[in-house]
Every structure is written in structure tokens, then in C-alpha cells.
Design a protein around this ligand. Structure first.
Ligand code: COA
Length: 382
């Protein structure tokens, strides 16, 4: 048995290149530069499936048969309604708090009201799948309620006649979205749904590995996603674009930032070194709705920034780069972009939590101590 004192290992800061466990949920296939969910290319899924079908696939390993899909959709629609006590809790949170903090708090509240001290530490997979579905179904309603209250509006009840994406856009804006907008939104939901051992998914798995509950794992994952090096990048992208304002200023802005040794959010990736495989699909969705003057301006800024970053650093955009302006064009306030990512990634996080429970080993790495050697207690004097 290795003790912490014995360890003089090679330290991989940020766990770069460390394979921490096996997983059958998704894979980045380097040879084809494709992200696959349960073996299917994410771009292929965007072209051929609804978000609900993709979520079923992530949880159950196979695409649903028509009857299974029908049952899944019925269940999802049945769990969308938010309990009034949760709506009251959201209403009490300050509107200056970040919507990621609201959704993290709301998920915690939801967990506290769904669990009891009599529950087993890890219930059956069946129970966890039901909890995952409830969380997946209710989270859009929480996000929409938070968005509306910041505009002085009351929450709108979910519409069980509408699919996931259409209903969410309806609950946010109170009008029927165009099919183009639904399609663009749905594309981002599918592309954001899962991405192997990224920081937030790994956080969820670490929490699950202690045999804590699924809600705690998801609340922790939301906290990890908030940071600008992870999910928070889609918000940061929009702040960049708004600061630039005019496409003619984009190149100078990029160069000044690099001269200042600052990163540009929405570029680079830990896993993809030759471009994020999800970008072409997301960019096409963004371009398809960028028809207004504002849309064309964002598109021009996008292209100028992409070219300037490639010229100076050879770095390519990641999914957050097209998603940022896409969400702005759908009418979302910038600080809601990462909660939209949460809504989608709940599918992947919960698939991983369930996988972790099924073959668990407590995640507890070692560290190489660099502090003061052991010494007796001698209290300091004035
Ligand atoms: N802007 C400017 N330079 C960047 C960059 C970016 N977005 N991403 C990477 N680089 C540079 C680094 O400065 C570093 O250069 P150096 O070797 O001269 O120091 C090199 O590329 C390697 O970057 P590093 O941050 O060490 O790579 P990583 O694998 O640890 O980081 C990210 C991956 C995602 C953390 C990093 O690309 C990043 O911070 N991107 C911006 C945040 C973002 O978009 N996050 C969402 C990811 S999906």
C-alpha cells in the first residue's frame, strides 16, 4: 500500500492526460475528430434525433423505440411543474445573484425535498433514473422562472403539448418560437449534453463515489460548470463580442488582448487540439438564425475573431464560441447562457453518476506534500 509520505510521483497538474476510470457513455474519437454518445456521432444525432431521444440514449445506452419514446416524453412533460415552495425560494434570492447560483440552489432545494433521512445511501438504478428524469424535466422551468422574475414577470406554466425545447422557449418568452429558433436551441442542447470526463462531470463522479446522493452530485457539478474555463465561457464569449461591438475592431481587440497575455474565452480545448468537433454543427445553427442586422454583425465579429486568433496563436474555437451569440439571438440575457448549458448537461452528468454507482470506487488521489516537516507544537508568543 502506498502512503502519502512515500509518494514521489510524476505530478500531472490538472490531471492532464490521466485516465481516471472507464466509461461507456461517450468518447472523443481522435481519428475522425468526432464526439460520440454511446457510439453515435453527436453531429449525426443532431441531424436525425430530438433532444429527448438523445437523453434517452445517454441514460439507457440505446435510442428509444417509438413506444419507449412516447412514454419518455409523457414522463418528461409530467415532471415539468415546479412546486410553489421552490418558486417562492427562487423569488427570495436577490436578482443580483448569478442565475447559476440560483439554479444550483434550486437543485439543492429540490434534492432536500425529495430525499429523506430514511433513504438508502444509493438507491436502485431504477430510482436514480427516475430522479434524473425529474431533475431534467423540472430544471428548464426553474431557469425560465428565474429569467422571467428578473424582467418583473411571473412564471408561465409549462405546456404539455410542446416538446422540450419549444416548451422551454415558450416558458421564457411567452410566445411560440419559430421552428428555426427551436431547431437552433435543440442543436445546442444535443451538443452540450455530454463530454466524457470534463471538470463538472468528474466533480459529479467524485461526489457520487462517496455514495452521496444524485442531487448533491449535480449541485456540485453546477458549481464546477460555472467557472469561465468551463461552462462560463459561453457567457464570457458574449461579453467579448459586446465589448468589440464593431466587426472592424475585432482583429485589433484580439491582438491587444494577446499582447496583454490574456486568454480569449471560447477558444482552445483540453481534449481537442485540432478543433472542437462540435463547432461546425453549432456554427451552422448560429448562422441559420443570424439573419437580422444584429445577427449579421455577430457573425462578422465571429469570423474576424476566429481568423485573428488562428493567425496569432493557431487556436480554434470551442463549442462555447458559436453558442454564445446563438443564445443572444434567441433573446437570452448573457448571464443565462451557462444555466442553459446546465439544462442540457444534466443528461450527461446523471448518466455518469449512475455509471459511477454501478462500479464504484471512492475517488481519493494522493498529493505530494511540500509543506513544513513534522514539528512539535510550540505556541507563538507576542
Ligand atoms: N486564449 C489564448 N491562449 C490560449 C487559449 C485561449 N483561449 N487557450 C489556450 N491558449 C494557450 C495558452 O495560453 C497556452 O499557451 P502557452 O503554452 O504559450 O502558455 C497554450 O495555449 C495551452 O493552453 P492551456 O491553457 O495550458 O491548455 P489547457 O489544455 O490546459 O486548456 C482550456 C484548455 C480550455 C482551459 C484553455 O484552452 C482555455 O482557457 N480556453 C478558454 C476558456 C474556454 O473557452 N473554456 C471552454 C472550454 S470548452
Amino acid at each position: 500500500m502506498v502512503s502519502e509520505a512515500d509518494v514521489k510521483p510524476e505530478i500531472r497538474k490538472g490531471l492532464i492526460g490521466v485516465v481516471a476510470d472507464v466509461s461507456a457513455v461517450s468518447k472523443v474519437v481522435q481519428e475522425t475528430n468526432t464526439l460520440t454518445y454511446r457510439g453515435y456521432g453527436a453531429d449525426d444525432l443532431v441531424q436525425n434525433c430530438s433532444f429527448e431521444e438523445v437523453v434517452f440514449l445517454l441514460w439507457h445506452g440505446e435510442l428509444p423505440k417509438p413506444k419507449e419514446l412516447e412514454q419518455f416524453q409523457l414522463a418528461e412533460r409530467a415532471f415539468r411543474t415546479v412546486d410553489p415552495s421552490l418558486l417562492q425560494t427562487i423569488a427570495k434570492l436577490p436578482t443580483k445573484s448569478h442565475p447559476m447560483d440560483v439554479v444550483r440552489t434550486a437543485v439543492s432545494f429540490f434534492g432536500a425535498t425529495n430525499l429523506s433521512t430514511n433513504d438508502p445511501f444509493v438507491p436502485s438504478e431504477h430510482v436514480n433514473l427516475a430522479r434524473a428524469l425529474q431533475l431534467f424535466a423540472v430544471t428548464p422551468s426553474l431557469v425560465a422562472a428565474d429569467l422571467r422574475r428578473r424582467h418583473g414577470r411571473l412564471p408561465l406554466p409549462p405546456n404539455p403539448d410542446l416538446g422540450y425545447s419549444e416548451n422551454f422557449l415558450w416558458m421564457c418568452f411567452g410566445r411560440k418560437p419559430s421552428p428555426e429558433h427551436v431547431r437552433a436551441f435543440e442543436t445546442t442542447m444535443i451538443l452540450y449534453a455530454e463530454h466524457s470526463f470534463n471538470a463538472s462531470t468528474f466533480t459529479a463522479r467524485v461526489i457520487a463515489s462517496t455514495l452521496s446522493d444524485i442531487y448533491s452530485a449535480i449541485a456540485g457539478a453546477i458549481g464546477a460548470l460555472k467557472g469561465p474555463l468551463h461552462g462560463g465561457a459561453n457567457e464570457a464569449v458574449m461579453h467579448h463580442m459586446n465589448e468589440i461591438g464593431d466587426p472592424a475592431k475585432a482583429r485589433d481587440w484580439v491582438n491587444a488582448r494577446f499582447a496583454n497575455k490574456e486568454k480569449i474565452m471560447g477558444f482552445g480545448h483540453r481534449v481537442y487540439k485540432d478543433g472542437d468537433s462540435r463547432v461546425p454543427c453549432a456554427f451552422a445553427a448560429f448562422k441559420a438564425i443570424a439573419t437580422s442586422d444584429e445577427g449579421k454583425r455577430y457573425l462578422a465579429i465571429y469570423e474576424e475573431m476566429e481568423a485573428a486568433v488562428a493567425e496569432s496563436k493557431g487556436i480554434k474555437p470551442n463549442l462555447d464560441f458559436p453558442s454564445g451569440p446563438l443564445y443572444a439571438l434567441l433573446g437570452f440575457d448573457v448571464e443565462f447562457f451557462t444555466p442553459l448549458f446546465v439544462m442540457s448537461r444534466i443528461a450527461g452528468w446523471t448518466a455518469h453518476v449512475i455509471e459511477q454507482y454501478a462500479a464504484n470506487s471512492l475517488v481519493r488521489p494522493l498529493s505530494s506534500y511540500t509543506g513544513v516537516p513534522q514539528r512539535p507544537v510550540v505556541k507563538p508568543k507576542d
